[in-house]
Write a new protein. Sequence first.
Length: 267
Amino acid sequence: MTASPDKDVPTHHSTLPRRFHLLSYNIQVGVDTCRYREYVTKGWKHVLPHRERMLNLNRMSAMLSQFDMVGLQEVDAGSLRSGFVDITEYLAHRAGFPHWYRQINRNIGVIARHSNGFLSRFRPSKITEHKLPGSPGRGAMLFEFGTHDEALLLCSAHLALGRRARAKQLMFLGELLKNRPHVVLMGDLNAGCEAPEMRNFIQAYDMSEPACTQPTFPSWRPVRKIDHILVSRKLQVINSKVLDYPLSDHLPISMELELPDSARHVA
């Protein structure tokens, strides 16, 4: 896991703002897809560098700059296909985020370094990363903003395609998040709100998903809701929506969140 160097990081405030904006986005390594057949006809873009990738990333960075915390899935940590650019770091600098972190979940050396990424305007008090059970190459990052029991705990994750593996992964995350009153779980969870494993998780840990009716995949004609921002019911959601921003095969999902005073204290 990597963070921006301390010399580039301004001193952070002792409290989080009362309201802030979250975004979760599976960016498909900067590859835009407009129809299913492009997974075949443009599949080479997933393994080789190309100019359009950087143009897409530049467009994405302009949109990301409007948010306070961003969870990214399907990122590359610097390999042949990305032109040896660490995409999380690149987007952080382009979008003006002082803090950035990435978790490499599948390292194929020079060919690909599959990662999750996270961008933040606020410095976490504690960061941990976890390899998820089930399918290999899946991971989650946990960010704590404070050292007390009421502190905000945010998890950014990318779950498996298979239902059984997903169920194991949600149970694993539940153990990490349980007994905390102010929790956010965001990412590509690869399941709709109606999936049994999702319903069980939401009920067991008293979570809500305000944007369940808004599909995120595929971006050119969305019919499935597989990207989520789940929050504890003690957190107040001001608004939550899927953005019409089809520069990947997923659409991003955003949320404006209001924290109680007990969750805002960081240091």
